[in-house]
Design a protein around this ligand. Structure first.
Ligand SMILES: [Zn+2]
Length: 409
């Protein structure tokens, strides 16, 4: 079984590789603190007996060779960067638990057929360069020219940052999308309270939430507040009605499956004594299932038709961002579920509300994620906490899932 103390000690050591800050860990990609953390991860991988390679993007790969070099490999890992004043579980737990799984394989003396590689990835958080850039480089979704386009807040290009970190500033050997891979597994803290509240050990992630943004413009007619209520064309009131109706509908029908948020609303002319002639607001929909987006779209169409009649206004919708949900791979999900069952753990199927490197790798390889409990759901905070025992149970699931996937064709 996984060694809870060993996992916790490694995470605790990593937590100290931080910029000086008020509290928690701050480790942005390609900084001196990131270098110290990367060197520590490499040394730990070497200690476990992995063949360690830091590629030209600074992604660390620790390889445990299998007996069949042609068999599609199994990869597992997560991100080594953090947001400012973070805890030391988000991302890092996925690296250290994958390393623990590698060490368990080594110590048990079993010989895998497939190569197993542990990954430590930069730039997931978007705290310095755009989020998910590390995994996008490995998946071949960012190219050489992007190194000069992407800049941090100080105007330093990604190429310059890589060079000052000691990398060549080219991408030779970084894109691995052409390699045959059986599964990319990512263990991550849940970043929500559900597993803890329900007393469960692991979440088997069936999909990662997509995000769908709309701008809605309601047009009525400006008039004086003395205008009788039944004669108004009040764009503001109509907009508020749409927001409250759809929010209530999502809460009633899609509990745990979808969310809707109105984060922006503007009225025109925006005067205390004028009925608004125009209201513009945003809607942010999130769900793990495309079907929810489709149903909500249809529901909103009908709602808008009713509001147009009731409030004597016209409504236009514009979609300005649409990231579809990312489903996990069926075979990988089934391996994780079987692993949890065989270990006698409490588990449930879940969707991930946040984005992860696994979401990017899903574009090129079969992907699956294991969630472990987050105490009270704290995340991106020094209050992040997962107990050493819960971390160990997550590593056990990884280890078993790797063994199951290794035996498959
Ligand atoms: Zn993360």
């Amino acid at each position: 079984m996984a060694d809870a103390k060993r996992i916790y000690d490694r995470l605790k050591t990593l937590s100290a590789f931080s910029e000086k800050n008020e509290e928690g860990t701050t480790r942005l990609s390609y900084t001196p603190e990131y270098r110290r953390a990367a060197d520590y991860v490499k040394a730990q991988m070497e200690e476990v007996g992995l063949q360690v390679r830091e590629d030209a993007a600074g992604i660390i790969w620790g390889r445990l060779p299998g007996t069949d070099p042609n068999a599609p490999k199994i990869l597992s890992g997560s991100h080594l960067d953090t947001v400012r004043c973070s805890g030391f579980y988000d991302g890092q737990a996925g690296i250290i638990c994958a390393l623990e799984a590698a060490q368990m394989i080594q110590e048990s003396g079993i010989q895998l057929k497939r190569d197993f590689e542990v990954a430590a990835i930069p730039m997931e958080e978007g705290a310095r360069f755009p989020n998910l850039s590390g995994s996008k480089l490995a998946a071949g979704l960012l190219k050489e020219e992007d190194l000069d386009q992407l800049r941090d807040t100080e105007g330093i290009t990604l190429r310059q940052a890589m060079q000052s970190y000691g990398l060549p500033g080219r991408l030779d050997g970084v894109d691995r999308s052409g390699e045959p891979v059986k599964a990319f597994l990512e263990l991550h803290m849940e970043q929500g309270p559900i597993l803890e509240e329900e007393g469960l050990d692991v979440g088997v992630v069936e999909s990662i939430f997509g995000c769908y943004w709309k701008t809605i413009t309601v047009r009525g007619e400006v008039s004086h507040p003395s205008t009788p209520m039944e004669r108004r064309k009040d764009a503001g009131l109509a907009a508020c009605r749409i927001v409250t109706d759809i929010s209530r509908h999502v809460e009633e029908v899609y509990q745990g499956r979808a969310t809707v948020t109105c984060g922006k609303m503007r009225f025109h002319p925006d005067e205390i004594n004028a009925i608004p002639s125009r209201a513009v607001f945003s809607l942010d929909f999130r769900s793990g299932q495309q079907q929810c987006f489709d149903e909500l779209d249809a529901w909103l169409e009908e709602e808008i038709a009713q509001v147009e009649r009731a409030y004597r206004v016209t409504v236009e919708q514009e979609v300005f961002s649409n990231t579809p949900p990312t489903p996990s791979d069926g075979a990988v999900v089934s391996a994780i579920r079987t692993a949890a069952q065989e270990l006698g753990l409490g588990w449930k199927m879940m969707s991930s509300g946040a984005g992860h490197d696994a979401m990017i790798f899903a574009k090129v390889w079969p992907m699956g994620m294991v969630f472990i409990p987050s105490h009270e759901g704290y995340t991106h905070s020094p209050k992040e906490y997962t107990s050493p025992e819960a971390l160990a149970r997550g590593a056990d699931v990884l280890y078993e899932a790797i063994r199951i996937l290794d035996k498959e064709n």
